[in-house]
Design a protein around this ligand. Structure first.
Ligand code: ATP
Ligand code: MG
Length: 388
């Protein structure tokens, strides 16, 4: 008998001809995530991927690591035996012992038979093992609707027995949907936005704008910490830090104060676009959320959008703040996002931001400074941090 991890891949089995590519991408991500543990093999059987860990005592750690990999719907710890009913009964004993189940418990056998040549049908398998559990565990009773312990008997090339299953993150394996550049501030929203897009298979890199020395080194560190948290799900990423002090100062000196945020945000989009085009990133990602702040009214977003011809993803656009906070907490970013360090935008924030900017007025404002020169000098300040 061997303990293995089983992974249900859900959505990716639907991908027709692409299925193989998706499964292979997922297997690569799993192997990479487990690089510090000794893995015997990772193999696939229809609709599932199995992981054999060399040492059984590593299995719980392996499960907690693999749970962060996108593309997984369910994950379970299995007891694997050859296709033999007596051996499968032993696997059921082992699975029950592993759960430290109390004497009185309800259960249900859930058979599935990927191997259609197996001599028993699914109802017969349910009856066989149901009878086995009732006979050997006097406190056990069957509850087909809400069993405390659903006991899965999965008949394939081997028989896999497991009790319960944990939910994975879902989504698609990283990198199967191109590459994106997230505009990462120190706030709650942008790390969540990066996570949401990564879940759909987009590889993530990040750009952060600061106004050092107006913003502190500590606030820089906070952004890198957030990038590190995001990278636990996305894998290695590059973080570009760009100083936009000259840009914000120039805008502040030459333009109407109430247009500050819009003008600054348009410069951020342009710089992000430059970096994306050099590095072949397919889209920009922001944490914008409709109506949350002045720069996120529909009119402001429209004017900001016109600064770039890139595809801009705003995955949080329709979320309520509480939903965003909940995801931030789930992915382990909330505490860091809540640390009180100044963002470049708070320092230059206008008292009465323009909620209803008009593109022609904004274009007139932009005639007051040398956009190209400012972008070039900002690009000279780039620092790249590699997170892996
Ligand atoms: P967040 O919580 O992500 O900071 P927010 O609610 O504070 O968002 P804004 O400050 O209006 O909203 O920023 C909207 C989006 O613009 C951010 O989610 C982020 O993608 C981008 N952004 C804002 N400031 C910066 C910055 N200093 N560096 C990089 N991106 C930024
Ligand atoms: Mg912010």
């Amino acid at each position: 008998m061997r303990q293995v991890i089983s992974i249900s891949v859900g959505e990716i089995v639907l991908k027709g001809k692409n299925r193989k590519n998706f499964e292979n991408a997922l297997i690569n991500k799993i192997k990479r995530a487990l690089k510090n543990l000794e893995i015997e093999s990772v193999y696939k059987e229809i609709g599932k991927i199995f992981i054999e860990v060399k040492n059984h005592q590593d299995i719980d750690e392996a499960i907690s690591i693999v749970k962060n990999v996108f593309g997984i719907v369910y994950i379970s710890k299995c007891f694997r035996v050859d296709k033999d009913l007596k051996k499968a009964e032993e696997a059921i004993r082992a699975a029950i012992a592993d759960q430290k189940i109390k004497d009185d418990f309800s259960f249900k056998i859930i058979a599935s038979r990927a191997d259609k040549n197996f001599p028993l049908t699914s109802p017969e398998i349910n009856r066989h093992f149901g009878g086995f559990v009732l006979k050997n565990y006097p406190g056990a009773k069957v509850d087909v609707h809400e069993p405390e312990y659903p006991i899965y008997v999965d008949i394939r090339q081997y028989i896999y027995v497991y009790i319960g299953r944990q939910k994975g993150l879902g989504g698609m394996p990283m990198g199967t949907n191109g590459k994106g550049l997230v505009l990462l501030s120190g706030g709650i929203d942008s790390p969540v936005a990066a996570f949401m897009m990564a879940r759909r298979g987009i590889g993530i890199n990040a750009i952060h704008f600061h106004t050092y020395p107006y913003t502190s080194e500590r606030s820089e560190k906070k952004v890198l910490d957030l990038a590190e948290i995001v990278s636990r799900y996305t894998g290695p990423m590059k973080v570009y830090s760009v100083n936009i002090l000259e840009i914000n100062r120039t805008i502040a000196q030459n333009c109407y104060e109430n247009n500050m945020t819009i003008l600054s945000r348009r410069m951020m989009m342009r710089i992000a676009e430059r970096i994306s085009k050099i590095n072949d990133y397919d889209g920009l990602i922001t944490g914008d959320n409709l109506g949350q702040v002045a720069s996120q009214t529909i009119k402001s977003l429209k004017v900001i959008d016109r600064a770039t011809d890139m595809l801009v993803f705003r995955p949080l656009i329709s979320f309520d703040k509480q939903q965003i906070i909940d995801i931030s907490e789930e992915i382990g970013a909330l505490e860091t996002s809540n640390l009180p360090f100044d963002d470049c935008c708070t320092i230059f924030a206008p008292k009465h931001p323009n909620l209803n900017p008009k593109l022609d007025q904004i274009l007139k404002e932009e005639e007051k400074y040398d956009i190209e020169g400012l972008i070039e000098r900002a690009l000279e300040t780039i620092k790249i941090t590699k997170i892996d």
